[in-house]
Ligand binder design. Sequence first.
Ligand code: ADP
Length: 356
Amino acid sequence: MAREKTFQSSDDDDEPAPFRSSFDLNDSTFDDTLRPQRLCDVVGQRKVVDRLQIMIDAARMRSEPLGHLLLDGPPGLGKTTFATVLPRELGTECLITSGPLLSAPKDLLPHITNAGKGSVLFIDEIHRMSPAVEEFIYPVMEDFRVDITLGDGMNARTINMQIEPFTVIGATTRSGMLTAPLRDRFVNRLHLDYYELDELAEIIRRNAAKMKVQIDEDAANELAIRARGTPRIANNLLSWVRDFATVKAQGVITKQVAEDALAMQEVDRLGLEGPDRKYLETLVRIFAGGPAGVQAIGHSINVPIDTLEDEIEPFLLRHGLIQRTPRGRIITAIGLEHIGMSLPRQSGDATSGTLF
Ligand code: ADP
């Protein structure tokens, strides 16, 4: 999500809870109220936490800024959380921007000149920065130097400006789309992976306490199973189930209440939602089970390719519901069983897209 804001270590703790008027499992407006504030509040990702702790301690002991850090992984796993926890731990300022907002060097310049010694500049979706901004950021990251070109053609001249050393934290869902020179400027690179069920259940229990709602152990486990390994989805499921429990069950979330609430939203036992099932059904109906290219599937179900590749396919692949082959995506026997469909009988060309 494109946003631009700054915070100082502790002055954003009292923000009111954003109002949610519709249900969207990938809605991130709800995140800010539940986001862990300190490293000790973060659940799971032990390897990442341990490495960050070393980096923080080393920066503190040497009184130097943290080395530039790249966080990569699917949406909703905690990249923004880690990026905003770090400056709090270090007691430094955090400036926040996003790749799509940076189309020309002039968009980045104010952030860089405002960054004090040791501050953190968090660039979300860094893979979406324009090439011109990317060129501009190289000397900034490497030598803390800004090169500004004045005029053009024969009269062009470059002036250099030295700036305070600071830390760039980049987040990306597509590390493969970063150019090698940009990737190499990050001395630290950390990959976030999907969460285990017990970690998600712990996040759900902690957040239920923050939301002051009572939840059974079994209900927390049930939500964890359906959260697709992703804390943001766990939070959004919990938010919906809390609304449901408030209206239908005196505010107490039991396993039965959770199941009824999720059934109403058509979140199935694996955590698949409408678009996920539509993907699988389209693969069977339109493409006879595949192979089908991601673009063709995207056009058929009217979902952007980025969303398919970042949010829908990773979970389907991880659970063996689909397979990625050089010729395209194919549905597996597990996928067919999950949606209760079978492959259409094929006549002639198997990949011609037979409808049945
Ligand atoms: P990303 O930036 O990778 O899309 P976020 O950092 O915005 O993901 O995480 C989404 C939400 O999930 C956060 O607001 C937070 O409530 C929750 N969350 C993410 N990671 C953790 C974690 N390790 N422990 C507890 N909650 C987490």
